[in-house]
Design a protein around this ligand. Structure first.
Ligand code: F6P
Length: 549
């Protein structure tokens, strides 16, 4: 295939971006009363308003053409059908199969994966039901009150984010804990709150070889065995494993009945739909977990079958490409106006940045265009009082996704209207800005002299024209959350297809792991480290001196 930046569709977008660079969003709204109708989409209980973007019909036509010539249709089908689109690892990419509720068989190497997926769903359901019904008890026959998920990356962020987001659906009397960091403080502070008799540990690791997770799991095991009355045989009751590596789980002492498998075609950051979601299912009940899957399944159908002009994840992706590649945007902010979604930006960081943080195309060539942006954000309204200044008046273009609900799970007083008035006001302010005339009038109304106004005026002006998407759902239910996550997953996929990169490996995380392995024994050795560069040698030796003096 021709180089992306040589495509005529790419050149057309470059010229068009120059034209649109002279247009202000205010003008676009002034010129068209129907702009919201033209540039918003409704999917089930989610409204997606993308009218506050620096686009017109031509922009969308050109962007969708680019997606077409990049083979999006074929690659989407290839993903859904189980082709090995993760070419560097020779694997299929089938997180969509995990939430497939159609009767469609999905094959990898002629093997229909659906019966196994359904069997693991059933195993999860039975386990959740027996824990919830009090049939599956701890070693002193007490019910489990605390569940500790030990995992990191995709084996932590997805379940952690979803559990927090769906707190209103949590089962009474169950507390969820997440331990991820190899910093002992994480496990120490968690264990300090627990009673061994009523604690269930979930060891979540696709590979079951991750240093952080195994270190924490072993510390949890030692702690458990130190507790009064706990015996080695009780490990099999209190520890369950979610993994693709059965042999390693057994080696750890997990009862084969309590191993919940998945497969190499589920990427870590796409794994919350697999058995990695067990903590979610235990916390909110299996029926609600299935609702989450169903929400994602419906978003999959929308993505797979909807024409690109009306396809929410495709539009999200194309807008990202528009700003990254044609307006020089380096980052993308995600601001949930929903306290329960506080962890959503962190979850998206792994999803997006581990997937599209690549500079090599699938054909092995170095890209000559930008790829994945920096993803960041914090819940609104807190973010307004920290970094919004830079988005409003700084020198960088930062597209923002605003996400919020029409109703709150905690309808106290007028909190929710206040919250959402901020959501709407921020998108309006970012779009419109404040003109010289408006700033001048404000100063005049405050009684400032012309001299004072002249000095202060430039500081009071907001250029506006800052693009935002607004995602407004009825209420944050498991179903809605499932759809929302799936939209972002597909957004990342579409961008990877257009940029010509493999979104499904993560070899960039390997080097640091290898070097840490090499450095670890040096930290306890009596010898001075001298095999590294002068900075690393000196840091290691300084640390050793301090630690052992
Ligand atoms: O180091 C990155 C990574 O491989 C992620 O992709 C993954 O989600 C995480 O580590 C945890 O891996 P595992 O589930 O195998 O412990």
């Amino acid at each position: 295939m021709a180089k992306l930046t040589d495509l005529k569709e790419w050149h057309a977008l470059e010229s068009h971006a120059k034209e649109m660079g002279d247009v202000h969003l205010r003008e676009l709204f002034d010129a068209n009363d129907e702009r919201f109708q033209n540039f918003s989409l409704k999917f089930d209980k989610i409204l997606f308003d993308f009218s506050k973007n620096i686009i017109n019909d031509t922009t969308l036509d050109l962007l969708t053409k680019l997606a077409q010539v990049c083979g999006l249709k074929d690659q989407t089908e290839a993903m859904f059908k189980g082709d090995k689109i993760n070419i560097t690892e020779n694997r299929a990419v089938l997180h969509t199969a995990l939430r497939n509720f159609s009767n469609e068989p999905i094959k990898v190497d002629d093997w229909n994966v659906m019966p196994n997926i359904i069997a693991v769903r059933k195993q999860m359901q039975q386990f959740c039901d027996s824990v919830n019904d009090g049939k599956y008890l701890g070693f002193t026959d007490r019910r489990f009150t605390d569940i500790v998920n030990i995992g990191i990356g995709g084996s932590d962020l997805g379940p952690r984010m979803v559990c927090e987001a769906l707190t209103p659906y949590s089962r009474a009397g169950v507390r969820m804990h997440f331990v991820s960091n190899v910093d002992a403080t994480d496990i120490h502070d968690t264990l300090a709150k627990l009673e061994a008799e009523t604690t269930l540990f979930i060891i979540a690791s696709k590979t079951f070889t991750t240093q952080e997770t195994l270190t924490n799991a072993n510390t949890a095991k030692e702690w458990f065995l130190d507790q009064k009355g706990a015996k080695l045989k009780d490990i099999s009751k209190h520890f369950v494993a979610l993994s693709t590596n059965e042999a390693k789980c057994k080696e750890f002492g997990i009862d084969p009945k309590n191993m919940f498998g998945f497969w190499d075609w589920v990427g870590g950051r796409y794994s919350l739909w697999s058995s990695i979601g067990l903590s979610i299912a235990l916390y909110i009940g299996y029926a609600n977990f299935e609702e989450l899957l169903r929400g994602a399944f419906e978003a999959d159908i929308h993505f797979r079958n909807t024409e690109y002009h009306h396809n929410i994840p495709v539009i999200m992706a194309l807008l990202g490409i528009w700003y990254s590649n044609f307006f020089g945007a380096e980052s993308h902010a995600v601001i949930p106006y929903e306290q329960y979604l506080e962890k959503f930006p962190e979850f998206l960081q792994q999803l997006d940045m581990e997937s599209n943080g690549k500079a090599i195309q699938k054909d092995g060539e170095v890209v000559d265009h930008m790829t994945g942006p920096v993803i960041w954000g914090t819940a609104g309204t807190n973010s307004q009082h920290s970094f919004f200044q830079l988005i409003h008046q700084g020198t960088r273009l930062i597209p923002v996704d605003f996400i919020g609900g029409c109703t709150s799970h905690n309808p106290i007083g007028d909190h929710h209207d206040k919250l959402m008035s901020n959501f709407f006001a921020q998108t309006e302010a970012l779009m419109k800005g404040k003109t010289v005339e408006e700033a001048f009038e404000e100063f005049q109304a405050e009684g400032k002299s012309i001299k004072e106004i002249e000095a202060l005026l430039p500081h009071k002006i907001f250029s506006g024209n800052k693009p935002t998407n607004s995602i407004l759902y009825d209420s944050l239910t498991p179903h809605v959350l499932g759809s929302l996550i799936a939209f972002y997953e597909h957004k990342v996929f579409v961008q990877g297809v257009i940029w010509g990169i493999n979104s499904f490996d993560q070899w960039g995380v390997e080097l640091g792991k290898q070097l840490a392995k090499a450095i670890l024994p040096e930290l306890t050795s009596k010898e001075k480290s001298k095999e590294h560069d002068s900075s690393t040698n000196s840091l290691v030796n300084y640390y050793k001196n301090k630690r052992h003096s």
